[in-house]
Design a protein. Structure first.
Length: 585
């Protein structure tokens, strides 16, 4: 084939020259760049939409197999000291609807929804379905059976969502202690964190996926709560509380405040229900303070001779205030008798010899002028007297005029029996080898004497109804008039037993409080209080029941052939009381 003139053809018939590049007008170049930018923006928007959808799947999920993308870290679990779960996060079902995507008959759908989810009427559902809204929850925390029924309606506008939900598998057990945490909007629409208990205190850690292991033992907690609830029912009390503390570490083994709350349904309770009586409520705890006064007096040499006698035959009159004994003794009594017979007059005289400065210093060392450091936001402040005149010195010696939380007192009693070391109470289980905070408040010798006196009170004094055979219980009862809005309420008592076991080798403090318990008559399984409402009849029997149940759970088995030696004090009790028959405070 012949090529046109001026053009050569190679054997493969390809031109041996390259045509010059076309010239593109500036306007067309700008137009091309604009189109490229539009395409890139569309691509970015699509990518963003996909990312948002993946995030939605990660948070709400569908089937577990469909979850993709980087998952949002779920709220971590809370365990008891033995690894039993107390709070966890599950994926719960929720049912929602987009009224704009409904394809079927809205009137029929309203009738079906009213039948399956009767919380709203047919008219309510019709109003929702014909609205301009694009998302409405029909049912939160839906059970799977209901989800299946709703799904069977076949309406594409209905959404079945999997949402994270906090679950407390033990229901109301340790409800005040566990609490809850949630974000709520204030009046200005600003989100703020609210809640109580461990959930609120450790919100940051739990939200970051850090689990919390508590010091409490679920078995011990259940026993404490059930016994307090039983006693409330028997005595028609307004409420009750209790705490069990490891005397060597400060670890809280159980902490109960009744009436209880169920954190699974925390929205049903008001602020009064939420109050934690152990850590938040300050009470005058009556004669339980006498043990503190004795420890202070022994430590400073005021009580160096247990055979010393005290004249308690006359009422102490200070202005309009009179200090008297509930069970008057018509003779001088020995130092152990002042404690076992719970003499206000004798204790007041001992306190006067201790003096204001040493009394205030000791209370301050025990932490009675500050809130406790327990891992809760619900920490009540003590109510401390402003004036420390003679009357205050004498009355605070037996628990009147100074109000503290039950946890304050439990910490102090642990120090009285463990050799004199104050350990701050904690709700978090100590790790092996972890250093435990400690402060000496009394000597080992003083602590040894206090163990004897506590045991003597349960053997021969106001606490005989707390004596659990073989468990060598020691402690002190306390009865005080209830204070409401700064005023004493007549015929309404706060009764307390604070003690420890076993007294020959103390391991645990047990403190129980009853709020306005009523005198009861004998009934099957219930001992009569013979018309009395004092702690010897109200809380001492409760402490006995609690200790008998929790002792074996905590590894303390009854041993009838062991006890602390009180032989040097027993001869100083010139009158022996009949166990279970003394009603005095």
């Amino acid at each position: 084939m012949n090529a046109p003139a001026g053009i050569r053809i190679d054997p493969a018939h390809r031109p041996l020259f390259r045509a010059p590049d076309p010239v593109i007008a500036p306007g067309r170049l700008q137009q091309s760049q604009f189109r490229l930018m539009v395409v890139m923006m569309l691509f970015m928007l699509v990518t963003l939409a996909v990312a948002l959808r993946l995030t939605q799947f990660a948070i709400f999920g569908g089937d577990d197999e469909a979850n993709v993308g980087a998952p949002v870290r779920p709220r971590a679990d809370i365990f008891d000291r033995n690894g039993i779960p107390l709070a966890t996060t599950i994926k719960a079902w929720s049912i929602a609807i987009n009224p704009q995507q409904i394809l079927g008959d809205k009137n029929q759908l309203a009738r079906d929804l009213a039948r399956l989810i009767p919380e709203k009427s047919e008219a309510d559902y019709r109003k929702i379905l014909f609205s301009k809204k694009k998302f409405v929850f029909l049912k939160e925390e839906a059970v799977p059976a209901l989800v299946a029924q709703i799904h069977a309606l076949g309406e594409p506008g209905i959404m079945e969502l999997r949402v994270p939900e906090r679950l407390f598998p033990q229901a109301a057990l340790a409800g005040h202690l566990l609490g809850y945490s949630q974000q709520v909007a204030d009046a200005k629409g600003k989100e703020e964190l609210t809640g109580i208990g461990i959930e609120r205190y450790f919100d940051k850690q739990l939200s970051s996926g850090e689990s919390i292991q508590l010091s409490i033992d679920t078995r011990v907690q259940a026993a404490l709560e059930s016994e307090i609830a039983r006693r409330i029912a028997e005595t028609s009390a307004a409420g009750g509380a209790g705490v069990i503390l490891d005397v060597h570490t400060g670890e809280v083994m159980a902490l109960a405040s009744l009436p209880d709350i169920n954190p699974n349904a925390h929205a049903h309770y008001n602020n009064v229900d939420m109050a934690n009586k152990v850590t938040q409520s300050a009470f005058e705890l009556g004669s339980t303070f006498k043990m503190l006064t004795f420890a202070n007096a022994i430590e400073h040499g005021v009580l160096s001779d247990m055979s010393q006698k005290w004249d308690v035959t006359h009422v102490i009159q200070i202005g309009s205030h009179a200090i008297h004994d509930d069970e008057p003794m018509h003779r001088a009594i020995t130092t152990p008798e002042v404690m076992t017979y719970s003499s206000n007059i004798g204790t007041a005289k001992i306190a006067e010899q201790i003096g204001e400065e040493r009394i205030k210093h000791f209370f301050r060392e025990l932490g009675f002028f500050d809130r406790t450091g327990i891992e809760l936001r619900e920490r009540g402040a003590p109510i401390v007297p402003r004036d420390w005149g003679r009357s205050t010195i004498m009355t605070t010696a037996f628990g009147h005029g100074l109000a503290v939380t039950p946890l304050h007192l439990a910490q102090a009693y642990a120090a009285l029996v463990n050799g004199g070391i104050l350990h701050p109470a904690t709700l978090v289980k100590h790790k092996p080898g972890e250093k435990i905070a400690a402060k000496r408040v009394i000597s080992e010798a003083t602590s040894a004497r206090m163990r004897q006196l506590m045991r003597l009170v349960v053997l021969q004094g106001t606490g005989t109804n707390a004596d659990a055979p073989g468990l060598r219980v020691g402690g002190k009862t306390g009865t005080a008039e209830k204070v409401v809005n700064g005023r004493y309420v007549k015929n309404a008592n706060v009764t307390t037993f604070s003690g420890a076991f076993p007294m020959d080798d103390p391991q645990y403090v047990v403190l129980v409080v009853m709020d306005d318990a009523k005198a009861i008559k004998a009934a099957p399984g219930v001992q009569s209080t013979y018309g009395f409402k004092t702690a010897g009849w109200m809380t001492a029997p409760l402490a006995k029941r609690v200790i008998r149940r929790v002792g074996p759970l905590l590894g303390v088995r009854p041993e009838l052939n062991r006890d602390i030696d009180v032989s040097d004090l027993m001869p100083l009790l010139l009158e022996k009381k009949v166990p279970g028959k003394n009603a005095y405070e």
